[in-house]
Design a protein around this ligand. Sequence first.
Ligand SMILES: [Fe+2]
Length: 319
Amino acid sequence: MNDFNVDVIDFKSTNAAKLLTSSLKNTGFAVLKNHDLNIDLINSVYSEWSSFFDSNYKFNYKFDLIKQDGYFPMRSENAVGYSTKDLKEFYHIYYPWGRVPEEISDKTIKLRHELVDIATIVLTWIDDNTPDDIKNNFSMPLKDMIVNSKTNLLRIIHYPPLKGNEDENAVRAAAHGDINLITILLSGSQPGLQVLGTNKKWIDVATNKGWLIINSGDMLNKCSNNYYPSTIHRVINPPEMGKYLINANAGAISVQLKDGLPIGSQFSVVHGGSGTLNIARSGSETINGAVSVTMSVQYAGAGFYKATSTEWYAVGAVT
Ligand SMILES: [Fe+2]
């Protein structure tokens, strides 16, 4: 029997507060679905940051060593105890004093405020469902600890496609615990997050784009006298990833794939230009020799688009 289960909780269910607190206590993690975050806002923010990370503008915002805000290039961070740098780049926004790139609209700050609102709700749930003998250790209600905090961090992480020549020990994010009170992670389009279970086995955390993953960090662990664990977690590399050119014309799109890709790979599409692009899979494929997939495509507006899936990544122009 597996007693280590990260629960997926309906934000609007009547017992959400209890279930979330219980999952945090048992595993250090919980997943929230059916929340009120605006999906169009999320998609717009993803799109803007996708363009930002693909551009050279990012180098104008190189991180400040003292303030720790700004852009952190690939291989700037390694987990405690690891010498190999993580395969990610990221940007730190501290509101209201940190730098926000001028190429990024105010939607990111709007999303940040909405995430803080959810953090306040989650902390209230934890306050309400923590036993009194544990709660007595808190210097103030947890929800009050983040009010007007100057160190509340919004971290935008980008995992660029792997080129195949990376250090074999390098992963997206090596095993670590978070140092903060709680983390709210907006799920990306790729899975890969794993938590270390009580049996020392790595367990995949269920993700769907838009779901929120909540975890307790070192600070909550300390102030609750270990009642809430700060669970070790990591982000592993996808099994395959590379760049592929999309050649598209109205109504059809074909993608050249690499040998060995699993049949049944799914596309999800991030809009990287103007308009929107929806790809529905159709047609057939082989995985030996010349590999191609034909999909039907509906789109509004020409532009450059990026398609990602769990295993691979594609870039192309739709005209
Ligand atoms: Fe983390």
